[in-house]
Ligand binder design. Structure first.
Ligand code: UD1
Length: 457
C-alpha cells in the first residue's frame, strides 16, 4: 500500500515496488469492477526461470478477509469504510454483487466506502455466484438485516463438491425456514433468534456466515467447532467495530450476543497470509532473498515452520518478513488441516517447492477431495510426483525444465508460478484469470523481486 511503502528513488532497488503501485493505480479507473469480468480472461504469464530472486514487495490485503468484511456492509444502513482492500477479480465480483442489491459502492484505491441504506434486492444470481463461490457470504447478513435471502447454490467447483449444507443447517437453527428452489437457497425469518450451533466440520465461510447472521439475532448464539482462521478474527473485529458483541473469535467457540442494530465503522483488512506464503515459497524454490513489507508473521506459523524445515532463514523485523535461501531446499512432508495447522491454500505451492528439493516429501490433503490438479501440470515441467488417495509423494529432481502449462484453479496457478521460477528456461502459464482472482499485481511483484516475467495479452 502506498502509505506503507519505503521512501524510494527511481534508481534505488525498491523502485520496482513503486512501479507495482503505479500499475495498481492504473486499474483504479472508473467501472473497473463492471468490466473486471473480462479483464485478463485470455492472458498468459511468460516466465523465464532459473535465476535467484532478490528484492522487496508489499503484501496486499487478504482476499479471504476482504470478502466477508465487504459482505458485512449489508448489516448496517450507515457508511462502512474498508481500507486495504486488494484489487482483485474476486473483490470486483463481490462489489458488483453488493451494487446489484442496492449498496452504494465507492472505491478509491485500496479504500472502499459502502452504504446499504436502500437495499433493493436480496438475491445473489447464479451468474455471479458461479464465478465466485464466496458470494454465499451475503446469505447470513441478508437474513440478519432483512429476514429474506435468495442466493444461488454455488454448485461444484474445480477443487471439489464444496456443499453449503452447514450454512443452511446453522440458519435453520437460528429460526430461518430454508428451502432449495430452482437452484437457489431461499431463506426467510421474521427475526433470527440466538441458538447453539455445532457444525459437523470446521468451515471458514460457514462460521463467517453464521456469525454475521447472529449479530442482529434475538439473544445469544454459540458457534461450536468454529473456524479459528485469522480471517474469522478479522471479520469479528470489523463487526465489533460496527457495534456487534462477539467474543471468542480465533477459538473454536464463538459467542455472539445479538444487538438491535449495527452502526457505521472503518476497518483495515489484515495482510494476506496466503499471498505472503506464496512469495516466500517462490524464494525458497528459486533461491535468493526478499523482504515482504506489511506481512503478518503471527498468522503464518505452520507455513514458516515448514519453510525453515526446508532450509530457509526467516525473521520478522520492523514490519517486514525477511527470507533468505542459499541452498537447494530440503523436501518437507505436510498434512493440510484447519488453522492453526497447515493451510490447504498453501499446499500446491509447497508441492512445487518439493519438486526441486533434495529428498522425498509426502503431501496429504485433508480439506478438499480434488485438490491435486496441479500435479499433471507440474509433471509437464519434469516433476516426479505419484498420487495415492489424498497423498502425493514428491521426489525432488535436480532441475525442472520450462514448458507450456495450464492453470486450473487459484492456488494451483500459484504453484505453477513457483515451479516456473525454479525451472530452467521458459514456462508459459495459460488461463491466469485464476491467478487474477486472488493475487494483486502478481507479475509486477515478481518483477520487483527480479523475476523475468511478462503478461501476454
Ligand atoms: C475457505 C476459503 C478457501 C480455503 C478454505 C479452507 C474463503 C473465501 N475461502 O473456503 O480459500 O481453501 O476456506 O481453508 O475464505 N463443507 C461442507 N459443508 C459446508 C461447508 C463446508 O461439507 O456447508 C466442507 C467443504 O466441502 C470442505 C470443508 O468443509 O471440504 C472446508 O470448507 P470451508 O472451510 O467451508 O471452505 P470455504 O469456506 O468454502
Amino acid at each position: 500500500m502506498p502509505d506503507s511503502l519505503p521512501a524510494t528513488s527511481p534508481t534505488s532497488p525498491t523502485s520496482r515496488v513503486t512501479r507495482a503501485v503505479q500499475f495498481r493505480s492504473s486499474l483504479d479507473r472508473p467501472l473497473f469492477d463492471e468490466v473486471a469480468g473480462f479483464v485478463g480472461a485470455m492472458d498468459k504469464l511468460k516466465i523465464r526461470g532459473g535465476t535467484r530472486l532478490a528484492g522487496e514487495i508489499t503484501v496486499s490485503g487478504a482476499k479471504n478477509a476482504a470478502l466477508p468484511i465487504l459482505a458485512a456492509s449489508l448489516l448496517t444502513a450507515d457508511e462502512f469504510i474498508v481500507d486495504n482492500v486488494p484489487q482483485l477479480q474476486d473483490v470486483a465480483t463481490a462489489l458488483k454483487l453488493l451494487k446489484l442489491m442496492g449498496v452504494s459502492v465507492e472505491r478509491d484505491g485500496a479504500t472502499v466506502r459502502l452504504k446499504a441504506d436502500a437495499l433493493t434486492k436480496t438475491e445473489a444470481p447464479y451468474e455471479l455466484v458461479k464465478t465466485m463461490r464466496a458470494s454465499i457470504l451475503v446469505l447470513g447478513p441478508l437474513m440478519a438485516r432483512t429476514g429474506s435471502a435468495r442466493v444461488s447454490l454455488p454448485g461444484g467447483c474445480a477443487i471439489g463438491a464444496r456443499p453449503v449444507d452447514q450454512h443452511i443447517k446453522g440458519l435453520e437453527a437460528l429460526g430461518a425456514t430454508v428451502r432449495i428452489e430452482n437452484g437457489f437457497v431461499v431463506a426467510e425469518a421474521k427475526r433470527l433468534r440466538g441458538a447453539r450451533i455445532a457444525t459437523d466440520m470446521v468451515t471458514v465461510t460457514g462460521t463467517e456466515n453464521l456469525m454475521m447472521a447472529a449479530v442482529l439475532a434475538d439473544g445469544e448464539t454459540i458457534l461450536e467447532n468454529a473456524a479459528r482462521e485469522p480471517e474469522v478474527v478479522d471479520l469479528a473485529a470489523a463487526l465489533n467495530a460496527m457495534g456487534a458483541r462477539i467474543r471468542g473469535a480465533g477459538t473454536d467457540c464463538i459467542a455472539i450476543e445479538g444487538v438491535e442494530r449495527l452502526h457505521g465503522a472503518r476497518h483495515r483488512v489484515m495482510a494476506d497470509r496466503i499471498e505472503t506464503g506464496t512469495f516466500l515459497s517462490a524464494v525458497v524454490a528459486a533461491g535468493g532473498h526478499a523482504a515482504l513489507r506489511g506481512a503478518a508473521a503471527g498468522t503464518l506459523h505452520a507455513v514458516l515452520d515448514k519453510l525453515r524445515e526446508a532450509g530457509a532463514q526467516i525473521d520478522a523485523q520492523n514490519g517486514a518478513l525477511r527470507i533468505r535461501m542459499d541452498s537447494r531446499p530440503r523436501a518437507v512432508s505436510l498434512r493440510t488441516a484447519p488453522y492453526p495447522d497447515f493451510p490447504t491454500d498453501m499446499q500446491a505451492q509447497f508441492m512445487a517447492l518439493n519438486c526441486v528439493a533434495d529428498g522425498v516429501g509426502a503431501i496429504t490433503e485433508t480439506i478438499f477431495e480434488n485438490r491435486f490438479m496441479h500435479v499433471h501440470e507440474l509433471q509437464r515441467l519434469g516433476a516426479n510426483i505419484t498420487i495415492d488417495g489424498n497423498t502425493a509423494t514428491v521426489r525432488g529432481v535436480g532441475k525442472l525444465a520450462g514448458a507450456p502449462v495450464m492453470a486450473t484453479d487459484l492456488r494451483a496457478s500459484a504453484s505453477l508460478v513457483v515451479a516456473a521460477l525454479a525451472a530452467e528456461g521458459e514456462t508459459t502459464v495459460d488461463r491466469i484469470y485464476h491467478l487474477d482472482r486472488g493475487y494483486e499485481a502478481m507479475e509486477k511483484k515478481l518483477a520487483a523481486l527480479g523475476a523475468d516475467v511478462q503478461r501476454i495479452k
